[in-house]
Design a protein around this ligand. Structure first.
Ligand code: GLN
Length: 311
């Protein structure tokens, strides 16, 4: 097993090695994300027992963005089972960018997966709810249960994204047209955009991952969020689609299921053991945090925890 010193050393080394990397740029298609300080960098490991190892920025609240997606997929699994997730949304990686519309046209059943925008908007629409308010409450409550604390929406991020959400609105309408959206499209778009605007810090993100590492039970609150039987399926989707059209590269270098977001967050899960979360806003062209992906790949190699063997 890995000792506390080994964990801390891996985190410290990853932080020191990559903190001065200058590649990448903040997302700017959501205008406000361009103004988040680009040099912030945080690395946190939380084990399934709730032990925390960290370096760098841990308190700054950034928007969760697409890192929210597997957690809402988990809500669908918890409410309606993995079979419904597979049939009504899909689990196949698209091999295309996160905001692809082509993906909706080339696959005959219009099926995507819940980790790209189309599947994530569909997931929000599939949550059982009689009103928009109830839909939102369930989505937020589920993410809070993963993080183990109350969270708030970064309203400026929400406004900035919703005012410019023409691409996602197009996706929602296309899905609706094909019978692959399960609520009013504009309602799904609003709840999805709010979900992406939830503020979290690096520590929260690691706790969310640690809940998956701990078979669906939050290590600190003890609350069960997802049945242990459903965790492997969720991690499988993260492994195949968590980095969109860069998922192959990612598995090749890190060997771990993970999810990224354009706010600069990444969470990776070592099943049954721990989670690694990073925050660093500059992204590569696929929309994945440059420092984050380097740091997690480094830690995975250093601790020898890649799923397919130490690399
Ligand atoms: N809210 C963002 C969007 O819909 C999330 C994208 C991402 O993080 N990759 O475009």
């Amino acid at each position: 097993s890995i000792s506390p010193d080994q964990y801390q050393q891996a985190v410290d080394e990853a932080y020191a090695k990559f903190k001065n990397v200058k590649e990448g740029a903040n997302a700017d298609y959501i205008p406000i994300l361009a103004s988040v300080p680009s040099d912030m960098f945080g690395v946190v490991i939380i084990t399934r027992d709730g032990e925390v190892y960290s370096a760098g920025e841990q308190k700054y609240e950034f928007s969760i963005q697409s890192v929210s997606k597997p957690f809402t997929a988990s809500l669908i699994m918890a409410e309606q089972g993995p079979k419904t997730l597979r049939e009504k949304i899909g689990v196949e990686p698209t091999g295309l960018p996160f905001n692809s519309k082509i993906a909706l046209e080339i696959y005959e059943d219009r099926s995507v997966n819940p980790l790209v925008n189309a599947g994530a908007i569909a997931a929000v629409s599939l949550v059982e709810a009689d009103s928009e308010k109830e839909r939102w409450k369930k989505v937020l409550g589920n993410i809070e249960a993963y993080a183990g604390r109350e969270l708030t929406v970064l309203e400026e991020v929400y406004d900035s994204e919703y005012e410019t959400a023409w691409s996602n609105r197009g996706i929602a309408n296309l899905l609706y047209n094909y019978g692959r959206l399960y609520s009013d499209p504009e309602e799904a778009l609003r709840v999805y955009t709010r979900q992406c605007s939830i503020g979290i810090n690096t520590h929260d993100l690691a706790m969310m991952g640690a809940t998956l590492a701990n078979e669906g039970v939050n290590p600190v609150t003890g609350k069960k969020v997802l049945d242990k039987e459903d965790v492997p399926e969720l991690l499988a989707i993260m492994a195949t689609a968590g980095f969109y059209d860069e998922s192959g590269e990612w598995m090749y270098s890190a060997g771990l299921p993970a999810k990224t977001g354009v706010g600069g967050g990444i969470v990776a899960v070592v099943p049954g053991k721990f989670a690694i979360a990073t925050f660093a806003p500059p992204l590569n062209p696929a929309g994945n945090s440059v420092k984050g992906l380097k740091a997690i790949s480094y830690i995975s190699g250093k601790l020898g925890v890649g799923l397919y063997g130490p690399n």
